[in-house]
Write a protein that binds this ligand. Structure first.
Ligand SMILES: [Cu+2]
Length: 171
């Protein structure tokens, strides 16, 4: 009997050790949740940057300003806005990303979200050319994509489904 109780106590002790271990696991997971929440916040701040299509060129500045090719972060979106007629935005082939709009006119727009860092060349099909080596000439431009400053934090959101599963039975 005493032996049985001791065994029970031992089991209880073992279980409370497990509980403590789980408790500290959950505490560290809670930290990860807070950390992940920061990541969600920063990815929610992903920007949309406009590039205007006009006068046989592409520019993130308006027509009265110097022509500018934008630099954005991974996860950001470029919205091309047509200010005059009969142009496309078409990515040069042989790059790590690709997009191709229809032939659009003034007032139209086209969006592409960039998920890969790099310098991406694109052109207008009627007024530019794919050089076949990942660059383009004529009516052409570049989008430079740099890693997101919150990249490492965003990656921790991969833990969220795991944490959702582990937390439910404790309630
Ligand atoms: Cu064009």
């Amino acid at each position: 009997m005493v032996h049985y109780q001791n065994t029970l106590q031992a089991r209880c002790a073992a279980r409370s050790n497990t509980a403590r271990a789980l408790g500290s696991l959950f505490a560290s997971l809670a930290g990860a949740v807070a950390f992940a929440a920061l990541g969600l916040e920063s990815s929610a701040r992903a920007a949309t940057v406009q590039v205007y299509v006009f006068e046989f060129d592409f520019s993130s500045s308006l027509p009265t300003e110097p022509i500018t090719d934008p630099t954005i972060h991974v996860g950001d979106t470029i919205r091309w806005v047509w200010l005059d007629d009969h142009h496309t935005t078409t990515a040069a082939l042989h790059q790590d990303d690709y997009w191709r709009s229809d032939l659009f006119d003034a007032g139209d727009s086209f969006e592409h979200t960039f998920e890969t860092p790099g310098v991406f060349w694109y052109y207008c099909e009627p007024h530019g050319f794919d050089r076949g080596d990942g660059t383009a000439v004529g009516m052409a431009g570049t989008i430079t994509v740099v890693p997101s400053p919150g990249g490492a934090i965003v990656a921790s959101t991969a833990l969220l489904p795991f944490m959702a599963r582990r937390r439910r039975p404790t309630r």
